[in-house]
Design a protein around this ligand. Structure first.
Ligand SMILES: Nc1nc2c(ncn2[C@@H]2O[C@H](COP(=O)(O)OP(=O)(O)O)[C@@H](O)[C@H]2O)c(=O)[nH]1
Ligand SMILES: [Mg+2]
Length: 253
């Protein structure tokens, strides 16, 4: 049947259907874009760094006994009165403790994409032993498309925890050790990528965006697009106010 020969009742219904579909599309798109500018601060890092300790200290003012959890815990902190809440109508900074390795858990990929900021916790007393694992975890975060290549890359707070222990490395040393290890990691990863490419591996090309920092230069944290701050803390003995202050500083940016 030709369009022109449709009875006018039908064309009216058709027009209404198109209108409803367009509105539904616009509403859906709005929802998706709202979610992608989320307000969560994600707490990341390898096991035993002190992520859950930080969350419970923020929430209850003390470290509660924890066991490795498979689920994420969260805590919404009331914001201090120094910053008003007129912009969003929300009065809380939400922290989400991401257990284990985020890359293995598809449900966290969405959370990464909507993160307002990242708190990367590490154990500065154990760094000499586990620098490789820590660097790998941080590397994966930094090259994640939602983090390194985002339109407005989220700020990162690297929390050098457990400074109460006498073996704790000073912040400057932590930074240097991570830069050295990540530089090494970048070399091995690019080499692996090149060998895949020369074998004609179609998947390898998607990894091209994963290059961290500037080519031909040793890796430095100054080379990444994210604002990154290193902060020493003993979650055990100190008030983690410094984390709340940092989160509030980044609330509107
Ligand atoms: N000495 C010391 N121990 C800490 C500190 N923060 C956390 N811990 C301990 O480190 C262990 C691992 O902490 P947890 O929060 O479970 O680590 P997660 O795996 O990253 O969630 C726990 O026994 C904590 O009590 C700290 O600042 N100093
Ligand atoms: Mg934990």
């Amino acid at each position: 049947m030709e369009w022109s020969s449709l009875p006018s009742g039908y064309s009216l219904i058709l027009a209404l259907l198109i209108l409803v579909a367009s509105i539904a599309f616009l509403v859906l798109r709005q929802r998706i874009s709202t979610r992608s500018s989320g307000n969560d601060f994600l707490i990341l890092g390898i096991s035993d760094a002190g992520k859950t300790a930080l969350l419970t200290k923020l929430e209850f003012g003390r470290i509660l006994p924890t066991h490795t959890s498979m689920e994420s815990n969260q805590f919404a902190s009331p914001r201090s009165s120094s910053t008003d809440n007129a912009h969003t109508g929300t009065n809380a900074v939400r922290f989400v403790d991401i257990p284990g390795h985020f890359r293995l858990r598809p449900q966290y990929q969405d959370q990464l994409a909507s993160a307002r900021g990242l708190v990367f916790v590490l154990d500065s007393a154990q760094l000499a032993r586990n620098v490789r694992d820590v660097a790998m975890a941080l590397y994966d975060v930094l090259v994640h498309p939602a983090i390194g290549a985002a339109r407005s890359p989220p700020p990162i707070l690297v929390l050098c925890n457990k400074v109460d222990l006498f073996t704790a490395a000073p912040v400057a040393t932590v930074k240097k050790m991570l830069e050295t290890e990540m530089n090494r990691l970048r070399t091995t990863r690019s080499a692996a990528l090149e060998s895949h490419e020369s074998e004609g591996d179609a998947d390898a090309s998607s990894g091209a965006a994963e290059y961290l920092g500037f080519e031909g230069q040793d890796f430095k944290f100054d080379h990444i697009p994210n604002e990154i701050r290193f902060q020493r803390l003993s979650v055990k003995n100190e008030d983690p106010q410094v984390v709340l202050d940092w989160a509030e500083e980044n609330w509107w940016e």
